[in-house]
Design a protein around this ligand. Structure first.
Ligand code: ZN
Length: 503
């Protein structure tokens, strides 16, 4: 009885996932290929498809099947494939059906208007023009949290959309310890007054050579081009369109090496995760990524832990010199390595280095928690932003365009998203340290261009596990201890102490 119910459930959910991949393909096409006049009709296509998907996700039969199955032997082991499928789908179904349709529509509308207002406000550096929209968005997000419910604080309900099962109190404690270690580290780097030769990175890097090297390196670390593509967009992304079809994008800047190169490594890291999911579980929770933070850990691991290491460049630097003889022929490896690891406090999150990046996230995370809990008024946000930049990074934005108005997230209703970037860095460092122990010295393998052992380890321990464990459980299972700030802090100290002559 319950076996056939289970089959029905899986068939229904898998079909919904197929529709969702069509949505992804439309989105990819819109960003990479679509002619400008096609936008209005594309919006109609996307809206029809979104309506269809929503209907399938809230189909009352799903609720009946899931209630029946939750009491069946198939759900007995919560970490088995069937147990995971039932547990996760039930969670999602209940969350979706608890949200009143009127609130969903109001949120969608507030996000569209919010983004329009934000674009104008950022252009004019006029926070007051954006403030009423932000107030409305946070009010609606509070309503959303109350509607879906939470364990400790309203923020938990929002965080749950990106980092399922996580609690604000838990990540707040870990991120707080990270902040307390990073602030003095960054200050010591600034005080060292060493300035790597970053001019090297702004020489002329022909686009074709960038693309050739980027594709080559992505393939070397394990992005499978038979099951994926690399294209060009203004805002790079990675989109899994089906089990054998993963699309990544980048942008090329001929006068800045880092932009495309590290962008490709980052997106290829996301892509390798998608390509490592179990194909036979496509569309079901055991075949899907755990969380935004874990997804980000895979991109940061390849981009930073591997791609900005000396071992990596011991192997690839001769190839980079060959690709860009004009820019790099006279540059020693050590100078290049120092340049790509330049640390300096800046105002703009997306351009931040490995050491300061998380402080940008801390500012946003702390402020959005305060806004949501009414401990901070929207009108006081720009001032609070400046104070935090001063105390964490020692710099203050001259205007709101370079301050509180720089990110699109809040204007589009994304509250609870920012911490996943830092969680990604924390998970990445903790996974990398464990892989290093288990695989017997990754640096030695990496400097010989051997990336397969690490990729296989990630696939077995993380990718193929899907959602059978939450992010917190996965970290503990893979590394033997709960999430901690220590592996990331140790990595940053070990890397930057020699580069900046720190004691
Ligand atoms: Zn990413």
């Amino acid at each position: 009885m319950s076996t056939s119910t289970y089959d029905q459930l899986c068939r229904h959910v898998r079909q919904t996932a197929v529709f969702a991949t069509i949505e992804s393909l439309l989105y990819w096409d819109e960003r990479c290929m679509m002619p400008p006049r096609a936008a209005a009709f594309r919006a109609e296509q996307a809206a029809q498809l979104a309506g269809l998907i929503h209907e399938r996700q809230t189909d009352p039969r799903l609720g009946e099947w899931l209630n029946e199955l939750a009491a069946s032997p198939l759900a007995a082991d919560p970490h088995s494939d069937s147990g995971t499928t039932i547990r996760q789908l039930k969670r999602l179904y209940e969350k979706k059906t608890r949200l009143p349709r009127s609130l969903v529509e109001e949120l969608t509308q507030a996000a569209v208007l919010g983004q329009q207002a934000w674009q104008a406000a950022r252009r004019d550096s006029d926070f007051a023009a954006f403030a009423p929209h932000l107030e409305r968005i946070f009010r609606l997000k509070r309503e959303q949290a109350e509607a879906v419910g939470y364990r400790e604080s309203a923020y938990d309900a929002l965080l749950d959309d990106f980092e399922p099962g996580e609690l604000c109190s838990h990540i707040g404690a870990v991120l707080g310890r990270l902040r307390d270690a990073l602030v003095p580290l960054v200050a010591a780097i600034v005080e060292s007054r060493r300035s790597p030769p970053v001019e090297i990175l702004h020489r002329h890097y022909p686009r074709e050579a960038q693309e050739r090297l980027g594709r080559h390196v992505a393939a070397c670390i394990g992005f499978d081009f038979h099951r994926g593509r690399l294209d060009v967009t203004a805002h790079p992304f990675c989109s899994g369109i089906g089990p054998q079809d993963c699309r990544i994008t980048t942008r090329y800047d001929e006068s800045y090496f880092n932009s495309a190169f590290f962008g490709i490594l980052h997106e290829a890291g996301h892509g390798i995760y998608d390509q490592g999911l179990r194909e036979e579980m496509f569309g079901l929770p055991p075949g899907e990524a755990v969380s935004m933070g874990i997804h980000e850990s895979q991109s940061r691991l390849w981009e930073n832990l591997v791609g900005r290491s000396l071992a990596f460049w011991r192997y690839f630097y001769p190839q980079a010199q060959q690709a860009f003889p004009e820019a790099l022929a006279d540059v020693p490896l050590e100078a290049f390595y120092a340049a790509i690891n330049d640390v300096r406090p800046s105002l703009i999150r997306v351009e931040a280095d490995e050491a300061t990046y998380n402080l940008h996230i801390l500012v946003r995370f702390e402020l959005e928690v305060d806004l949501l809990q009414d401990r901070l008024r929207v009108a006081d946000l720009p001032g609070a932003w400046r104070e935090k930049y001063q105390s964490y990074l020692g710099i203050v934005p001259p205007d709101d365009r370079q301050g509180v108005l720089q990110d699109i997230h809040w204007s589009g209703g994304l509250v609870g998203y920012f911490p996943t970037y830092s969680l990604g860095n924390l998970y990445a460092a903790q996974f990398y340290a464990q892989a290093d122990r288990e695989l017997g010295g990754l640096a030695r393998q990496i400097e010989q261009g051997e990336f397969t052992p690490l990729r296989r380890w990630l696939r077995e321990k993380i990718h193929a596990v899907g959602q059978c464990y939450t992010a917190a459980e996965l970290v503990e299972r893979v590394t033997g201890r709960p999430l901690s700030h220590e592996p990331l802090v140790s990595h940053l100290q070990a890397k930057f102490a020699p580069l900046y002559g720190l004691g």
